[in-house]
Design a binder for this molecule. Structure first.
Ligand code: ATP
Length: 152
């Protein structure tokens, strides 16, 4: 099996990951969770990697504060990462999860990256039998939402 399942607290993992990226990039990342504790059975290292990918993009493509929101409902957990950055054009939405896809050469050259992040995020979500969705508006920002079975 590709997954190393363990039981962990998603709020704690989100806090730790936000702190780590804050310490590295100096960007404000707020964690919004209705409860202080949200247990999940999943591959913790892969979920951390997923968070890093989404936060790294939010850092690269926005200048303002970033937010992680966590919610638990009916046997699933929903985690989303929102930024108020440059957003993604509608036409590019269907291609985002393709390997090596990057929006518009010019803006991507200045940020660096090869276009693998979101394809890896999608792979990690699929391995957990979850769902990943993008909501974005050019010049307003982007929210990427991942819903995972909680299996607790
Ligand atoms: P890397 O391989 O380092 O992750 P990348 O950021 O280019 O590079 P992806 O994470 O796969 O690759 O993202 C694909 C493209 O989607 C990016 O090039 C960028 O244009 C767009 N994108 C992703 N996240 C955001 C975001 N939060 N705001 C605006 N554009 C985004």
């Amino acid at each position: 099996d590709w997954l190393k399942l363990e039981r962990f607290d998603l709020v704690q993992l989100a806090d730790e990951t936000a702190d780590m990226l804050h310490a590295t990039f100096g960007r404000m990342i707020r964690v919004h969770a209705p409860k202080t504790d949200m247990k999940l059975i999943a591959d913790k290292d892969k979920i951390r990697q997923l968070l890093v990918i989404l936060l790294d993009n939010a850092i690269k493509y926005s200048k303002e504060a970033i937010e992680i929101s966590l919610q638990a409902t009916k046997g699933t957990v929903r985690l989303s990462v929102s930024d108020k950055g440059i957003g993604i054009p509608d036409d590019d939405m269907p291609l985002l999860f393709e390997r090596f896809f990057r929006v518009d050469g010019a803006r991507s050259r200045t940020t660096g990256g090869v276009g693998l992040g979101l394809s890896i995020a999608k792979r990690i979500t699929d391995l957990h039998e979850g769902k990943i969705d993008v909501f974005s508006k050019p010049d307003h920002g982007t929210t990427i939402t991942v819903v995972l079975p909680q299996r607790k």
